[in-house]
Design a protein around this ligand. Structure first.
Ligand SMILES: [Zn+2]
Length: 261
């Protein structure tokens, strides 16, 4: 077994489109380089070239064009191998070589990559978790202090997906696909105003944004204490949102309020 600390993956994070993050991960041992989603083919190809990384794979999280719209151009330019949910092919008609639906474990060099099914934002949405690096690429399922819009799913399946992500270790670094954190903070404070962990996290977020820095990656342990969408089974949150004791109803109410915030 290689020692993971001597075999770390390298990660490049960069802005794409108006508020997407693009990600490349590079395994210096195997030489593989993966683009997590393809918001903007030109930006991603330039970033790989700048780092002298040969792009060999794409891993899609879901079918939306700001996540898979660059598949075809990048495949044409590099011949890379594309993994992703069926919906990328069926809904966007973008190329996918290896269809994933969650529950798979595959290798990137010596690193195990766990695929989690997280329906809700879209029905085929998947997340890529690399436990030995404490990193997860969560697409539009979970954001710092927020979650994705419920375009295709229902509250019960979305809540189950968030619980699945919440089960990852607290020190997992969460790489989501958008810089929405400051807007999410305003909403979170409106539904959980007396949460000291949220207040402290909010100061850190405002400081970072004030300096023009990204707030990503978020840390799962902090999100568990501050992100209202991960707290739909906390009694205080339930009584504030619905007066009841039902996590699914509380999640649904939070999502509805955020849509209208
Ligand atoms: Zn999306």
């Amino acid at each position: 077994m290689p020692n993971p600390s001597q075999n770390a993956l390298e990660l490049s994070m960069f802005s794409c489109l108006s508020d997407n993050y693009g990600y490349l991960i590079h395994d210096p041992v195997s030489g593989e380089t993966v683009a997590i989603d393809t918001p903007d083919a030109n930006t991603i190809l330039k970033e790989a070239e700048k780092r002298d990384w040969r792009l060999t794979q794409i891993w899609n999280t879901h079918w939306h064009p700001d996540h898979a719209g660059g598949n075809e151009a990048i495949k044409t330019a590099t011949g890379c191998h594309i993994s992703g949910p069926q919906e990328v092919a069926s809904k966007l008609e973008a190329p996918v070589d290896n269809v994933l639906s969650g529950g798979e474990v595959f290798k990137l060099g010596s690193h195990d990559v766990h695929v989690l099914a997280t329906p809700g934002h879209t029905l085929g949405h998947i997340v890529y978790h690399i436990p030995d690096q404490n990193i997860a690429f969560v697409g539009d399922t979970l954001f710092a202090l927020g979650c994705g819009r419920m375009f295709e799913g229902q509250p019960d399946i979305f809540w189950k997906s968030l619980q699945k992500l919440r089960d990852m270790p607290d020190d997992t670094k969460i790489y989501c696909a958008h810089e929405y954190t400051q807007a999410n903070l305003a909403f979170a404070l409106s539904v959980d105003p007396d949460n000291p962990d949220l207040q402290a996290y909010g100061e850190t977020i405002n400081d970072k944004r004030g300096r023009g820095e990204p707030t990503i990656p978020a840390t799962l342990g902090t999100e568990k204490r501050a992100n209202p969408f991960l707290r739909a089974d906390i009694t205080d949150m339930q009584s504030r949102m619905t007066g009841g004791m039902d996590a699914v109803a509380t999640f649904a109410e939070l999502r509805k309020r955020k849509d209208n915030f």
